[in-house]
Design a protein. Structure first.
Length: 182
């Protein structure tokens, strides 16, 4: 398994996130040696749809993409819908892409990528109900457990977490990807 020692990975989420889509990748990156940081639109703590509470480390309006080596976007319908409506969160995601940093996105987490206009000419997967949204935003949507496109790792559901976690650790270890751009 790749090592992420010395790397700092942002997790962008808010209330209503899919619990396992935050906790499982969080464990994977920290087990590989990274520091995980929860970035959210507001301070305090956030709660997942199944009750997991997580303290917020940084507010998206204050977070700087340059402080991180990668980004994870957990799913959850409510989480994803609220994040794509938050201008600071959208700007943070766009900045991560502009700096060519690897990003992992699962389930409904891809909604913010459509809002930020970051999926055009990219291949990715998601929860099946986002297929039309992603295609309309210019992506090639495929139905696979995990897809890697130049530093962008995507998966469909919590059932795909083992494959997703392995690929995000690998991509974060590789670092910047020239094709990962806003």
């Amino acid at each position: 398994m790749a090592t992420l020692t010395g790397k700092k990975i942002a997790f962008l989420a808010t209330n209503g996130f899919e619990d396992s889509e935050l906790t499982s990748p969080w464990k994977a990156v920290t087990d590989a040696g990274a520091t995980a940081v929860l970035v959210a639109p507001g301070s305090g703590s956030i709660e997942g749809k199944n009750g997991h509470s997580q303290p917020v480390d940084a507010v998206s309006g204050d977070a700087e993409a340059s402080d991180f080596d990668g980004l994870v976007l957990p799913g959850g319908v409510v989480n994803a819908d609220h994040l794509r409506m938050d201008d600071a969160s959208v700007a943070f995601v766009r900045d991560v892409f502009a700096q060519h940093k690897p990003v992992g996105v699962i389930c409904h987490g891809a909604w913010i990528l459509t809002e930020a206009d970051l999926v055009r000419d990219r291949t990715l997967t998601s929860y099946p109900s986002l297929k039309t949204d992603l295609r309309n935003a210019g992506a090639e949507w495929v139905d696979k457990e995990v897809v890697v496109d130049q530093g962008l790792v995507s998966s469909r559901t919590p059932d795909d977490l083992a494959a997703f976690n392995a690929k995000i650790v690998e991509e974060f270890a590789e670092g910047r990807h020239a094709g990962q751009t806003a």
